[in-house]
Design a protein around this ligand. Structure first.
Ligand SMILES: [Zn+2]
Length: 453
């Protein structure tokens, strides 16, 4: 007997011992393992995905009102094994049905072995036969007995199935987390009160057509859509040179949802574009196992938005130039707005706002409302003082735009100066919406760096 086989047999004996220990005092036990032929019985991929499948099984059992007792995770020469004692279940036959429904509905169903053992540690069988992983129509046991497939062929097939599961699982997990952080950033931004010239809880600033609830409506409308920007980065054919078109398709859909939730008022159109690029970039870096540092994130955004200002703002042959085109023509790069920010990898976020926020990290605890409000307010002022708002430039000209920046800068450390800024915005009917968008984008990247590793 080979020493490898000997070790596997020895591991199996120890498992039987473990199983009876777990079972003591319970009515049954359930085990989950990966059915990998030949050896080694596990690799890094198996070890990564196995705990995910265990979690799914536990949720499945609990949802079916099965009470779980002592549990044990074993990694040994015989493979990966999860054992759990069952404290309460209707009867063993229905428990077996519950585990079989888990097994057969899983995307790597044919690699999973979920077994039920009775009080005496004897396996409970349903008599059903698992289909073969290669030929599908035959049963796995039959193919094994007839030795129809060689082990290498089976292993290659199994590992590729597990890899598919790993990518889908990771893509979904990452996308859900990123969409949570997007909605959080939008909610924090709109809730920050007061804000000069902008919509907040108490005031609609320089706006007559929208209020706090308009923003809640559009934030809610966008909430389910951020996930799509993240998932787009996981598509097999995705690369950075074609990403912008993909992002635009999703952005236009999001825009429609926003307009229908706000009775056709533009609350967050600019933000959809900026945050859409942000979410895609972070998701893309995670997919490619790259570190989420400022440089990597900015390079990714720059690559996606290469030459955006020239392609989109250089006066086209259209009869009527857009606001953006006119402002760019008159003020050059200073008037290029959000497109310039995107093309340069969000300089105001990564060079001003994010470092500022990170310096005041200790104040950013959501349980301390006052401190949080103060640091977010200062961050917004920091952004306004460092942003050439193309909308303000277009409507008010460069003198007013510069004055806005100066007043914002003077209000960062001096609360007394805040009223001067607020009055100025009110009198001039200015709303620094581009800066509010950048605050949300900054909050998103801040949370990404804090909460995703
Ligand atoms: Zn077969």
């Amino acid at each position: 007997m080979s020493s490898e086989l000997h070790k596997i047999l020895q591991a199996r004996e120890e498992r039987a011992q473990k199983r009876s220990e777990i079972l003591a005092g319970s009515i049954a036990s359930v085990s989950l393992s990966l059915n990998i032929p030949s050896y080694p019985k596990h690799n890094a991929l198996c070890r990564q995905v196995f705990p995910w499948i265990v979690e799914e099984l536990k949720i499945h059992l609990l949802a079916h009102r099965v009470d779980l007792g002592m549990e044990e995770m074993i990694t040994d020469k015989a493979g990966l094994l999860y054992l759990v004692a069952i404290e309460k279940s209707d009867d063993l036959k229905s428990l077996k049905n519950i585990t079989e429904s888990f097994e057969s509905n899983h995307s790597v169903s044919r690699i999973l072995d979920v077994d039920v053992y009775d009080e005496q540690a004897k396996p409970v069988s349903s008599g059903k036969k698992k289909p073969c992983i290669i030929c599908k129509d035959c049963s796995a046991v039959e193919c094994m007995r007839e030795q129809r497939h060689d082990y290498e062929e089976l292993r290659v097939k199994m590992f590729s199935m597990l890899e598919g599961y790993q990518v889908r699982h990771r893509a979904m997990e990452v996308s859900e987390k990123l969409s949570e952080l997007c909605s959080r950033a939008l909610l924090y931004e709109v809730s920050l009160s007061p804000k000069p010239g902008l919509v907040d809880y108490y005031d609609s600033g320089s706006h007559k057509d929208m209020n706090y609830y308009s923003f809640l409506n559009s934030t809610a409308a966008l909430a389910p859509l951020w996930k799509d920007f993240a998932l787009a980065a996981w598509k097999e054919k995705t690369n950075l040179s074609t990403a912008l078109t993909q992002i635009r398709v999703l952005g236009l859909k999001a825009e429609q949802r926003m307009f229908s939730a706000t009775r056709q008022v533009n609350t967050q159109k600019g933000l959809i574009f900026l945050l859409g690029i942000g979410v895609f970039s972070v998701s893309y870096l995670i997919k490619n196992n790259q570190e989420l540092n400022d440089l990597n994130i900015r390079n990714c955004i720059r690559e996606i938005c290469q030459d955006l200002v020239n392609t989109e703002l250089t006066a086209s042959s259209k009869k009527q130039a857009s606001h953006g085109e006119k402002t760019f023509l008159k003020y050059g790069i200073k008037g290029a707005g959000a497109r310039y920010e995107a093309q340069e990898g969000f300089p105001v976020v990564f060079e001003n706002a994010l470092p500022f926020l990170e310096q005041h990290q200790e104040k950013l605890d959501f349980q301390d409302k006052e401190a949080m409000g103060e640091v977010l307010s200062q961050t917004l002022l920091n952004i306004i003082s460092n942003t050439n708002d193309s909308n303000v430039l277009y409507r008010k000209g460069s003198e007013i735009a510069e004055k806005l920046k100066k007043l914002a800068s003077e209000a960062i450390d001096k609360k007394d100066n805040y009223n001067k800024l607020a009055t100025f915005c009110r009198e001039q009917q200015i709303s620094p919406g581009g800066s509010a968008d950048m605050l949300a984008v900054t909050l998103f990247f801040y949370d990404v760096k804090q909460e995703i590793d």
